[in-house]
Design a protein around this ligand. Structure first.
Ligand SMILES: C[S@@+](CC[C@H](N)C(=O)[O-])C[C@H]1O[C@@H](n2cnc3c(N)ncnc32)[C@H](O)[C@@H]1O
Length: 480
């Protein structure tokens, strides 16, 4: 249908997402319309607003046409944003366009959403129903979820950087610089307001609070990238801290309840792309092993919606000798690896293990029937040149307690830097904040700082905070 061009308006959403269209932008289209005419009608709604074909509409206006071929379609006003973005899918987009698309779609899908998942199902097929909003938005735009997350983060904190992305600075460089800047700022202001000692910590990359981590009010929601911790055992030792020290509870349930309170705070402060690692040993009570770790892990998954990604075993290569003749000696601790979402930061290449064999081709295992005949064919596959994925058993000696080893730290339950540095490497990038809610002598902190991160610790016993400070002062290489 031919409609007078003067009566057709561009859709305001199109301009707010993609900006104004200048004559220069559509010079090629003007030429082609003058040569061969408009090959495809533009799509308008019943209010004569353009939904698809803004560039063609502008080109026709610039070339002085009086009427234009249109197809009129009915859209619900709410859904128009979907169509406008869909019809711009093939367009060459700047990061500003992607950001504007993402923000418009977040608003669209965010209406009535519950905990990041859309509750409405308008225009959502079944595969979308359980996806977080940000993933749906990334799919619709045709980009990945990380790009959206990084753009929204930069826009929130340094919106002036958006227009230089892709030309003056890459998205990843900008993201990591903004993150480093903000984390340094928050650690420094935390150090200033709650300095834990005489020495000024204004320039230090760490802060340790001397109170229970049941309340981590100093940390804002989702500000931490990685949590690495070992809670006190139940009923094993008195660390000499305040009355809210964990581990002295009368019953196992009470102990687990207290830990759950702290992990609820951890959930709040951990980024949705963050990782939590809990190193936890077991305990006998009346001769019966209590399975502390598995009980805790099950409650974290059932009651707090953590996602359990691995249960790893720390195989202590030099376990504490035990004088027992009716059971095996305990030589391992559990390490639970949990996340909040399925989209978390995890740098596998940082922890791959070099192959022992020289050949880079691996063969699929042979499959035999019960009668011994070979089924299927073996296919050679190329191994990852960076090495293989590590398994779930981690061999690592424990720290010998003093005075047996001169380099050991003066905390009875410190875990070795050698054990945990692999988790810091896999789960963080320089500039991230790493948290230990049971800091002890801050082994996590030492490892975090070695990796270029910032460290926040909570510790109820001031003696251990002093010990941590001494550790941070000695050359890093000799702290393990
Ligand atoms: C197993 S140790 C951690 C050792 C630490 N991973 C290291 O390498 O030194 C547990 C620590 O948690 C501390 N703690 C106990 N209850 C606490 C609480 N409610 N908040 C913060 N720290 C607590 C204890 O004083 C003890 O130092």
């Amino acid at each position: 249908m031919q409609i007078p061009i003067a009566s057709i308006k561009p859709h305001p959403l199109n301009e707010s997402i993609y900006g104004e269209i200048t004559e220069e932008d559509v010079a090629d289209l003007i030429q082609s319309i003058e040569d061969v005419g408009l090959l495809e009608p533009i799509v308008i709604n019943s209010r004569n607003q353009c939904i698809s074909g803004h560039r063609r509409l502008q080109a026709c206006l610039f070339s002085g046409m009086e009427s234009i071929e249109c197809t009129v379609k009915e859209f619900s006003e709410d859904d128009e944003v979907l169509f406008i973005i869909e019809w711009n899918r093939q367009r060459r987009k700047t990061y500003r366009h992607l950001l504007n698309e993402a923000k418009s779609l977040m608003t669209y899908y965010g209406k009535n959403r519950k905990r990041g998942r859309p509750a409405i199902n308008g225009n959502l097929d079944d595969s979308f129903k359980n996806k977080p909003t940000r993933e749906i938005v990334a799919d619709k735009i045709g980009t990945n979820h990380n790009t959206i997350q990084r753009l929204l983060y930069i826009d929130k904190h340094f919106p002036e950087l958006i227009d230089g992305l892709g030309t003056k600075i890459t998205l990843n460089q900008a993201y990591s610089q903004v993150k480093t800047f903000l984390n340094r700022k928050s650690i420094m202001s935390a150090s200033r307001s709650k300095s834990t000692g005489k020495k000024s910590m204004e320039t230090d990359p760490y802060v340790i609070y001397n109170h229970s981590s049941a309340n981590m009010e100093e940390l804002t929601d989702e500000s931490v990238q990685c949590i690495l911790t070992s809670p006190p055992y139940w009923n094993q030792r008195d660390y000499g801290g305040a009355s809210d020290e964990i581990g002295r509870e009368e019953s196992l349930d009470e102990y687990l309840d207290h830990l759950m309170e702290i992990f609820a705070e951890c959930y709040r402060v951990l980024s949705s792309q963050g990782c939590l690692f809990i190193v936890i040993g077991d305990k006998f009570h009346n001769g019966c092993l209590q399975l502390l770790g598995p009980r805790l892990a099950i409650r974290l998954v059932d009651d707090q919606k953590w996602i359990l990604r691995n249960d790893l075993i720390w195989n202590k290569l030099n376990p504490k000798p035990e004088n027992t003749s009716d059971r095996y000696s305990i030589s391992h601790e559990d390490i639970f690896f949990l996340t909040k979402t399925s989209q978390y930061q995890f740098h596998m290449d940082e922890v791959r293990i070099p192959y022992r064999e020289k050949t880079m081709l691996s063969r699929a295992p042979k499959h035999h029937k019960l009668n011994g005949k070979l089924v299927g064919h073996q296919t050679a596959t190329l191994k990852n040149p960076k090495g293989k994925v590590p398994g779930t058993v981690i061999d690592c000696p424990r720290n010998e307690p003093p005075p047996y080893n001169e380099t050991s730290v003066k905390h009875e339950a410190a875990f070795p830097v050698g054990l945990i540095e692999r988790f810091v490497r896999v789960a963080t990038e320089p500039g991230d904040i790493v948290l230990d809610p049971f800091a002890g002598s801050s082994t996590t902190g030492i490892s975090a700082i070695q990796s270029g991160c910032y460290f926040v610790g909570y510790e109820t016993n001031p003696r251990f905070i002093q010990l941590s400070r001494e550790r941070f002062e000695i050359p890093l290489a000799s702290t393990g």
